[in-house]
Design a protein around this ligand. Sequence first.
Ligand SMILES: [Zn+2]
Ligand SMILES: [Zn+2]
Length: 279
Amino acid sequence: MAALLQDPLTLEQQRPGSPSSSAPDQLTETVVVGPINLAAAPLGYSGIEEHTTPTHAFVEHSSTILFPILFFPNVYFSFDRLYELELVWLAALAIPFALVSGDLVGGVVHWAADTYFSEDTPIVGPALIKPFRQHHLFPRDICTHTFVSIVGNVCILAVPVLSVCLYLLWISDHGLIAFAILCTALMAATTVGTNIFHKWAHQEKPGAGVRWLQRMRFVLEPNHHQVHHTEPFQMHYCITNGWLNPLLNKIGFFRKLEAVLHFFGIEPTNEKSEVRSQN
Ligand SMILES: [Zn+2]
Ligand SMILES: [Zn+2]
């Protein structure tokens, strides 16, 4: 289903006759709600509504339902195994590990989506690259997205991982396996929560509970995240709680990753000078 309206970034990048100008979108279609008048849309909103394909919607909804069905048994049985082995102290380590590693995983995926691939890349293009790049143009569109569209794609990735974890718990009674699975399950939950926390950071009037979580820095704080939406748009990729952003900025983590990929001939596909909304 071809997109009815392309955003300015896409239009700027397309060449006449390029595949993206005629190829059907694999996962999403774009529907204009009301007349096209971006200037009249509230700041940060596009006025455009994305609809996923029926197949993708089915997988998204199924995975979103399956995630808690797999997550809670993983946490319960891995914790129970650690308790039996008198290794509960390891369970306490799993929580900070999950919060930090979830922030890192989300940051690396965000950086990769911002910097490499294109909206036309098979599978990841419509599912990952396009949402991230459109988010830079219309940051508050995320506030209009449904719960399933916010967490569904991450659940699609997390469900197979949690299935394997549950199987490993079934066949092994080793304490370290139980610890690794508890860490993995909590990290998966943190990663699934990332887009929810990201959405909260763009909401104009979040609830009191959310504001408290943001003030305490348990989740992404709006002013902290705003740095990512401010020129030169190359910092603060971590959007779970943002705890790692100062460290990664200081050591030039993402620039070094780009240098390593450049060494192997892999170049960024997204111009740093792209036009973005800073709202
Ligand atoms: Zn970004
Ligand atoms: Zn954002």
